[in-house]
Design a binder for this molecule. Sequence first.
Ligand SMILES: Nc1ncnc2c1ncn2[C@@H]1O[C@H](COP(=O)(O)OP(=O)(O)OP(=O)(O)O)[C@@H](O)[C@H]1O
Length: 241
Amino acid sequence: MIVRNLSKRFGSEAEVLSGISFQVDQGEFVAIIGSSGSGKSTLLRCLSLQETWTEGEYIYEGRDITKLNPLEKFKVRKNWAFLEEKPNVNMRTTAQKNVWTGRWKQTPLWRLVTRRAAMDEHVMAADYLEKVGLLDKGDEKVEKLSGGEQQRVALAKALVQEAQVIFADEPVRGLDPASSERVMEDLRKTAKRDNVTIICCLHKLELAERYATRIMGLSGGKIVLDIPARRLTLREKDMIL
Ligand SMILES: Nc1ncnc2c1ncn2[C@@H]1O[C@H](COP(=O)(O)OP(=O)(O)OP(=O)(O)O)[C@@H](O)[C@H]1O
């Protein structure tokens, strides 16, 4: 995806994002970092087409997708998944069923009607739970799982949809350190193993340094840093935090 000169303004207020340009290749794991109010969530919402763009071009698979009609936008978004701070899972059903229902978007209607899907989907859900290390929790109700495990069920659900891009907004906020590490590890593996692009807002710089492949720093709605992930120098930290 290529972003050229993205600006975002809410109503007549000052710009929240201005002159944002970058290119992301398939399979990159980009961490967006910056202080509170720097525009991270707004950027993520613009990139995932949950917000309209005030200005700018957004080239995805060869065309400017800011110009698409709602139906065409919907089709593009079908190939994307979203991980929020609060995992988008049904607490009252099992992990397995959550993942399985994620697949329905991709299943032809006739297979659902004839229930031909059931067996295949069952096996597939187990495969994806295994990818996030939760095979043994498949039959547990999601409400009984820890916050980190719930987030990993949400990730398995995104993976089963064969999403090409995952947008994640603070997916580890509120999780204990061990669970955060596990979620980050699963995200890293997903980008690498399945060539999925991951764009993720993070508060904790240290997690971005260790798990992402690229760090993008925002300050005052502008990109002030865009580097391959590594430990930032003090000067770089001063620029963004
Ligand atoms: N719907 C909206 N209407 C008006 N202003 C908004 C809206 N959404 C965000 N903003 C403003 O845009 C700026 C950036 O907000 P944003 O949530 O993107 O920052 P952030 O970096 O994600 O912050 P945090 O780390 O605290 O979540 C803030 O000044 C905020 O008040």
